[in-house]
Design a protein around this ligand. Structure first.
Ligand SMILES: [Zn+2]
Length: 249
């Protein structure tokens, strides 16, 4: 954790948030999700880092899956810790963890268009469920380069409208640049639609290694400014605040 914070300080970032995946004891998951028993330690490490590095704002986040059968558990978990922000994400279609590289072969059997359709339906539910502050990696099914024949504009617009209606924030996430698709989440086209709707954005690199902290932020901020965005938002104890794009990092 200290290495990530140091990387953020070196890149002149004003703040950094840690958003581990929510532990899911109900689901057999081999992807390196934290065990429930490890979470209190993680929480204490964040508090220790906040004391050790007063020169940067360190936020305590969570990336929570939207899984309709487990919403009570997810809601309870969110209540149990003093989170600054909750990212809501969809990683599962049924039991298929579609963004995991080991299961990428299932796209063809499922049908790529079908993947996108079902995904946006779930993402709309995630936006409407009332548990989350930010909607994570909006167009995630593109991760491995799968392109829908149908452009899904209606599903995308309906999902964005739900995000606006619920006053949520859209995660601008540069990790897609490190994936086969080679593009940020969400795409420029989707960001332009979000801007027209007046949807606020947060900015993240979804770093899984310290050297990925702030990955491609300069180019991404330039793109966001070109679209019209003048500020990004962050959260403290689930309350949203704005910062203008004037950092150099
Ligand atoms: Zn995710």
């Amino acid at each position: 954790m200290a290495d990530y914070v140091r990387a953020a300080i070196e890149r002149d970032l004003k703040e950094i948030g840690f958003a581990e995946h929510i532990p899911l004891p109900q689901i057999r998951d081999i992807t390196g999700r934290m065990d429930l028993s490890e979470f209190p330690t993680y929480c204490r490490e964040i508090e220790a880092a906040q004391k050790e590095f007063p020169q940067i704002q360190i936020r305590f986040g969570l990336e929570a899956d939207y899984i309709s059968q487990h919403l009570d558990y997810i809601a309870g978990f969110i209540q149990a810790y003093p989170f600054d922000y909750i990212i809501g994400s969809v990683h599962y279609l049924g039991i298929w963890n579609f963004d995991h590289p080991d299961y990428v072969g299932q796209y063809e059997a499922y049908g790529v268009d079908h993947v996108y359709r079902d995904y946006y339906k779930l993402l709309q539910q995630a936006a409407s469920c009332g548990l989350f502050d930010i909607i994570g990696h909006f167009d995630l099914p593109k991760k491995f380069g799968h392109v829908a024949v149908d452009d899904c504009s209606d599903a995308i617009d309906a999902t964005l409208k739900m995000i606006k209606q619920k006053d949520l924030t859209l995660d601008v996430n540069t990790s897609g640049l490190r994936k086969p698709v080679g593009d940020i989440y969400p795409s420029e086209d989707i960001l332009r639609r979000a801007f027209v709707l007046g949807i606020p954005i947060s900015l993240g690199s979804d770093a899984h290694r310290p050297q990925e902290v702030g990955y491609h932020f300069n180019q991404t901020v330039a793109l966001l400014q070109n679209i019209g965005y003048r500020e990004y938002v962050s959260f403290e104890k689930r309350k949203r605040y704005k910062t203008s794009f004037d950092f150099s990092g």
